[in-house]
Design a protein around this ligand. Structure first.
Ligand SMILES: [Mn+2]
Length: 195
């Protein structure tokens, strides 16, 4: 089973994630940040992962620490679930439209963390959520999963739609990049190592 269970406790947040790459899209999510609950729910669903994501953070201050730390722990869970990366496709590319918005995410499970974030979010807030935290989440996710993640939003007017399209494209690109291709023998790198 390509699965991982990770807990991380700090003075700012307590995060517990149980994540499976080879799931059915089933999720149990309670982060205390409603907008992130919505995004993580559709991330698990559209990636056909399974995930239990629980967070208890200092949201009385704002959603920054909790959102960032979920990115850290989810990234660590993906890295651990991937293991030695034998037999994976390695690259994934997904376009997802959401009404007016079109997002693209391209992933390389390269072990060289990078986030390219070409995404303009018209509104600073979606509900009570600070939309600048989308970048914080994705950067920590890329860093801790040790992936190269390129996010390109081609266009879009509605901030909720743009962010939702990004999370769905992230899910689908990650699903493709981490899926097993029976033609791949060993690790898909001329270097012979992706860890
Ligand atoms: Mn929505």
């Amino acid at each position: 089973m390509r699965q991982a269970e990770i807990k991380r406790n700090t003075n700012e947040t307590k995060i517990a994630i149980n994540f499976s790459l080879d799931g059915e899209g089933k999720s149990v999510i309670d982060t205390g940040v409603p907008f992130m609950d919505h995004m993580l729910d559709l991330f698990i669903k559209h990636g056909l992962f399974d995930g239990n994501i629980q967070a208890d953070g200092d949201t009385h201050i704002d959603d920054h620490h909790t959102t960032e730390d979920i990115g850290i722990v989810l990234g660590q869970a993906v890295k651990e679930a991937l293991g030695d990366k034998k037999g994976i496709r390695r690259y994934g590319n997904a376009f997802v439209p959401m009404d007016d918005a079109l997002a693209q995410v391209v992933i390389d499970c390269s072990n060289r963390p990078h986030l390219e974030f070409r995404c303009e979010l018209p509104n600073e807030k979606v509900g009570t959520f600070d939309t600048e935290l989308v970048h914080e989440f994705l950067w920590k996710f890329a860093l801790e999963s040790r992936m190269n993640v390129h996010v390109i939003v081609h266009y879009g007017k509605n901030t909720h739609h743009i962010i939702e399209a990004v999370f769905k494209a992230l899910a689908r690109a990650l699903d493709e990049a981490t899926s097993i291709d029976p033609r791949v023998k060993g690790v898909p790198s001329t270097k012979g190592l992706l860890t």
